[in-house]
Design a protein around this ligand. Sequence first.
Ligand code: NAD
Length: 262
Amino acid sequence: MDLKLTNKLALVTGSTSGIGRSIAKTLHDEGARVIVNGRSQKSVDAGIEKLGGGERLIGVPADVGTAEGCQALIEAAEKVGPIEILVNNAGIFEPKPFEEITDEDWLRFYEINVLSGVRLSRAVCGGMKQRNWGRIVFISSESAINIPVEMIQYGMTKTAQLAVSRGLAKAMKSTGVTVNSVLPGPTWSEGVEQFIEDLAGDGDVEDTKKAFFQEARPSSLIQRFASTEEVAALVAYICSEFAAATTGAALRCDGGLVDTCV
Ligand code: NAD
């Protein structure tokens, strides 16, 4: 299926590894020009190398967890052209007991996971509206609905993304701009690999992966981690011409983990 993304300009934040890199790869394979973003030049260069290089991959290092970083990213990206697809993917997660989550932790999570997407969407949505075409996608999580007790600060940010995404979709009413969120379930990214290794400690990583589904995510219907490619496939479809009638939606890619019919 040709997703009709040839030459569209996409910005994918946090695309030097994990889910973001797979989204960048899928969009690139579909013919899009993709701005690859990470915090440092080194990580951006390494990310582009892993993606196989090519003139349609443009690296822009910037920390999207700050206002200056978002501004620098937009300025550099718009030198390439108007941004037609924005995927707000960059995000952090870290297990911590509620009593130990400090004000600084709450604010850091909010700034990196929520405000980054707010700032970048605010910068691009006007142009998209004028051109009457655009795609904005927030990579939220099943944790937006199933708040994880081991990282409540993370769950808060993922729920907030749903509110921003739904509200912005309404603000884009009657235009060719769609705004959606995607809710992955546990997905085998570099970040999650580290998370499981930390959880395993001196124990066996494979046993820890199995125990994670049996104990922490028993309602998962696939009882395994999704691959980053599986999440990227849904995101690429949402960014395509074919998804023009899907907006304001929270789309699950959670392995059936959230136990509701809709
Ligand atoms: P990851 O840690 O493997 O990759 C995240 C990427 O974002 C990295 O390249 C990192 O360098 C980048 N990044 C982080 N902070 C940044 C910043 N301030 N500026 C620029 N880049 C930054 O993570 P992942 O598992 O691929 O997660 C990607 C997104 O998917 C996150 O928003 C996460 O919340 C969400 N998600 C992940 C899972 C999962 O199980 N992996 C499940 C649901 C949702």
